[in-house]
Structures are given as structure tokens and as C-alpha cells.
Design a protein around this ligand. Structure first.
Ligand code: 13P
Ligand code: SF4
Length: 367
């Protein structure tokens, strides 16, 4: 039994016949189906998708842009080229008649998997016993629908890397403290940007059910869930020192999922959209080292031959789960829609969706 089956995730696998097709054959068939389905079909693509997929996206964007667009979509079929939590968000924000498809169910997110419902409820019980009704939960959108629902029913909201600062500030205006799930790095980087000292931040370890904190509990403002992105974790202070020594003129720009030390020593940090916009606006012949996923870094390099751009870590791999979406899976999804046989539909349980939507709406109304 594979891991997905053990986790109870229902998915269908790609039929063999798609593996025999050439890229050109698949591209032509995808173009044809897109034309045929017209406005009934919408394909959003996250910036980390491969070029072979992004060429067919009706829109590409960061998580906030894709969530906003999903909320406004009227198409009957949304074929989400991204990862599972993004497709869940699209399903939660779309209406009953719309169907959301994830071309390959194995496109998960290791960070989202670092906080499950049981662990979160357990943590909440312990933390509220310890600190009373002083905590507001916030979750990065890179989390499962269950976690968004937990946050929604406890008065909190979702955040993305584009609006984290605004949302953390909002949370701390309501309550004395916040619990930030599941990415400790985005939480810590954002809180530091808002002037909160590291001594007022603790880490919740969900495996050992333990609060890692040595300071005075009365002063505690931010509780960071001990989760991280396994892609961005691979950018290190050594990568920064190397770039600073070899190319002193180079600007370093990173995603805020990178560790505190890396963000602190970089020149700029922000969402995928922020990274793209910053490089677009940079002068010709400027030099950049980028600390984010490789499909996006390579695309930026290809689009800017007037600039010197490198990956902050030359040995980086792409996000392997984002990479699960490829031409064969996209074609298979579209052919399924045309034939009236939907594969890998994402359908969030109605009760979960209702509470998760509270958390998403609190964010969308403020950003
Ligand atoms: P953005 O919202 O910046 O696109 O980030 C999404 C993501 O998964 C980064 O790893
Ligand atoms: Fe998840 Fe990291 Fe991949 Fe983003 S890059 S989808 S956070 S594993």
C-alpha cells in the first residue's frame, strides 16, 4: 500500500497510455480541449509550476492572488495547477456548481502535513489551559482545510506570505498572543518585522507536545508551530556568505519561508509575486541571487537576459510535489472533463468548508 492509500487519500492514477504520448501531441490536445470548453474551464497555475504546465494557465499567481481569483471564478471546472491545499482553498471559495480538480493527488505540501487536526486541538487545549483566553490562532494558507476550519471557529484567520504582516498585526490587536501555524519561519520573520523581540516568541513542538520557551510567560506574544518548508529550509547562511564573497555587488532576495538567519542577512524578502515584481523593476545589468523554488528561479533567469541572476543555492531542486503536475496529468484531467468522467476532484466536507471559509474570508476582507 502506498503512502496516499495509508492516509486514506482517494486518488486515481494516470493511465499508461498517457505515458506513450509526445509532448507535442499532449500540447495540441490540451489546446484543443481548452478551446472546446472555453469559459467553462479555468486553469489557475502557481508560480512554482513547471513551464510545460504554466504555458496553459489562464492565470498564474502567488497564493493570495490565486485565492482571490478562485473566489471570483464562474467557470464550471477549475483545474488547479498547484498543490493540494491550494485546490482545497479554491473548492472552499467556489460555489456548489463548480468542480475543482487537482491533476495529481500526490501534489501535496510537506509543510501543510506538519500540522494535523488532532495535534492542533491537543496543542490548543494545553496552551489555553496554560495561558487562558489570550490566544488568537492564525494559519498560513499552506495548511489543510481542517486546520483552516479550526482557526475559523476560534476567531482567527488565514495569512499568505503577501499579507502576513497585516494579519499578524490584526491578530495582536484582538488578543494578547497568537498561535501561528504551521510555518515557524514565516511566523518568526513576520513578527520580527513588526518589532516583536525573539525573546517574546516560543515554539510549540507538536511531536513532543511541548512549549519551547525560556522567558517570562507573561511576556509571551507569539507561539510558532514547529513546521517548515523542506524546500526553503535548504537555503543557508553559508549560501549567503558565498554570494557576498564571490559577488559583492549582488542583491539577495528570498522567500520568507527561509530561516530567520537567512532572511536577516538578505537584502529583500517577500512572496513569489514580490520576488517577480522586484526583479521586473530592477535596472538592466543588476545582479540577483534568489532564494526560492527552482522552477520559478529558472523562469525568472530565462525572462531576464539583461540581468545576472543565480539561485542562492546552486544545488537546489524544484518543489517535488508541485512538480507532480505535468503535461500527462493535465491532459488526463482535461480529457476526463470532456468525457464527463472527473478524475481527482477536490471536495472539502461541507462543515469543514464552512468554518475554513470564515478564516479565509477574514483574510480576504482585509487584503
Ligand atoms: P507564495 O504565496 O509566495 O506564492 O508562496 C506559496 C508557497 O507555497 C511557497 O512555498
Ligand atoms: Fe509546500 Fe514548500 Fe512546496 Fe511551497 S515550496 S508547496 S511550502 S513544500
Amino acid at each position: 500500500m502506498d503512502v496516499q492509500a495509508l492516509l486514506g487519500v482517494q486518488h486515481q492514477t494516470l493511465p499508461e497510455k498517457y505515458k506513450q504520448l509526445t509532448d507535442r501531441e499532449m500540447e495540441l490536445r490540451i489546446q484543443e480541449i481548452k478551446q472546446e470548453l472555453g469559459e467553462q474551464l479555468f486553469i489557475p497555475g502557481h508560480h512554482y509550476q513547471k513551464d510545460e504546465v504554466i504555458q496553459f494557465a489562464d492565470t498564474s499567481g502567488d497564493s493570495l492572488q490565486l485565492a482571490r481569483i478562485s473566489a471570483k471564478q464562474h467557470a464550471s471546472y477549475i483545474v488547479f495547477c498547484g498543490v493540494h491545499f491550494m485546490a482545497e482553498t479554491a473548492d472552499i471559495l467556489s460555489s456548489e456548481h463548480q468542480q475543482v480538480v487537482l491533476p495529481d493527488m500526490r501534489a501535496g505540501c510537506s509543510m501543510a502535513d506538519m500540522a494535523d487536526k488532532k495535534q492542533t486541538e491537543e496543542a490548543w487545549e494545553i496552551l489555553t489551559d496554560m495561558l487562558g483566553d489570550t490566544i488568537l490562532p492564525l494559519t498560513y494558507v499552506n495548511s489543510t482545510a481542517d486546520i483552516k476550519a479550526f482557526v475559523g471557529r476560534n476567531g482567527g484567520a488565514t495569512v499568505t506570505s503577501s499579507n502576513a504582516k497585516k494579519m499578524v498585526k490584526w491578530a495582536l490587536d484582538q488578543k494578547q498572543r497568537l498561535l501561528f501555524l504551521p510555518d515557524q519561519h514565516l511566523g518568526r520573520n513576520t513578527a520580527v518585522d513588526l518589532g516583536i523581540p525573539l525573546e517574546q516568541m516560543a515554539v510549540w513542538d507538536p511531536i513532543h507536545r511541548k512549549l519551547e520557551y525560556e522567558g517570562d510567560l507573561d511576556k509571551l506574544r507569539v507561539i510558532l508551530w514547529k513546521g517548515h518548508c523542506s524546500v526553503h529550509e535548504n537555503f543557508t547562511e553559508n549560501n549567503i556568505s558565498y554570494i557576498r564573497q564571490q559577488y559583492p555587488e549582488m542583491n539577495i532576495i528570498v522567500h520568507p519561508e527561509c530561516k530567520r538567519e537567512v532572511v536577516e542577512q538578505s537584502d529583500y524578502a517577500g512572496s513569489t509575486k514580490y520576488i517577480i515584481d522586484t526583479i521586473n523593476q530592477a535596472p538592466s545589468r543588476s545582479a540577483w541571487a534568489i532564494g526560492t523554488e527552482m522552477n520559478l528561479v529558472n523562469r525568472i533567469i530565462d525572462q531576464h537576459d539583461d540581468k545576472h541572476i543565480v539561485s542562492l543555492n546552486p544545488y537546489m531542486c524544484p518543489c517535488l510535489t508541485m512538480n507532480r503536475i505535468d503535461l500527462p496529468h493535465l491532459l488526463w484531467s482535461l480529457e476526463g472533463i470532456r468525457e464527463g468522467e472527473i478524475h481527482n476532484q477536490i471536495k472539502v466536507d461541507q462543515n469543514v468548508a464552512k468554518e475554513a471559509k470564515l478564516a479565509l474570508d477574514r483574510m480576504l476582507n482585509r487584503s
